[in-house]
Design a protein around this ligand. Structure first.
Ligand code: COA
Length: 186
């Protein structure tokens, strides 16, 4: 058994003084609120967003659909789970009625009373058009509506694109943490 340590940053944002009420949204996309019956859709969106990405090494459950379903169920059953901060992004291609689950974000209220973003992800073909920003906006507005004043998240230090997005919205680096991950070598 080997242990790999992943460097991660804790980043925080204060919600007062920001206006997240009008998330920009590209044509064909819509945001769907959390409901228990949408567990499979949220899980699929999480899987499509995280498979093959850095965080699938840090949290191996993210590399499998069953693992994403387990994680999604765990998050939704936490005492501080905030449906207001938990959203699914779906896309309807032009001329079609079939919807694709292509992004998700989840939020909880931590025991210390801060908002905590769990996993923000956009499936690869849908990136770089502002959708990650839209999901984050919607979630932060949900935290605000739930009465929270500060929100934090953890991001793997190598995840440059995600860090740029968080900084752009106003998140500040608070501290560095190390996540130990056990790996089995045959
Ligand atoms: C991190 C992540 C959520 C970002 O999602 P995204 O939808 O690509 O985010 P955005 O489109 O809002 O921003 C990404 C880039 O596109 C740019 N962009 C936004 N709208 C654009 C547009 N209309 N045209 C061109 N570029 C655009 C942004 O400026 C940004 O540029 P930058 O990388 O130079 O900073 C996504 O890459 C992802 O899911 N990664 C894998 C999972 C992951 O690591 N999640 C983070 C866990 S902490």
């Amino acid at each position: 058994m080997n242990v790999t340590y992943f460097k991660r940053y804790r980043m925080e944002i204060g919600l007062i003084g920001h206006d997240f009420s009008r998330p920009p949204m590209s044509a064909g996309y819509r945001l769907v609120p959390w409901s228990d019956s949408a567990l499979d859709d949220f899980s699929l969106a999480k899987y499509l967003s995280f498979r093959g990405e850095i965080d699938a090494n840090v949290f191996p459950c993210l590399s499998e659909l069953a693992g994403c379903r387990r994680l999604m169920r765990e998050i939704s059953r936490k005492p501080g789970f905030l449906s207001e901060a938990t959203w699914l992004l779906v896309y309807t291609p032009p001329g079609s009625t079939a919807e694709e689950n292509c992004g998700t974000i989840q939020g909880i209220r931590s025991r210390s009373g801060l908002g905590a973003i769990q996993n923000l992800g956009i499936a690869e073909p849908h990136r770089d058009t502002g959708l990650g920003t839209s999901l984050l906006f919607r979630s932060l507005e949900g935290f605000r509506q739930a009465g929270l004043k500060r929100v934090y998240l953890e991001v793997t230090a190598q995840n440059d694109g995600a860090i740029r997005l968080y900084r752009r919205l106003g998140f500040k680096l608070i501290k560095t943490v190390f996540k130990a991950v056990e790996t089995v070598h045959a």
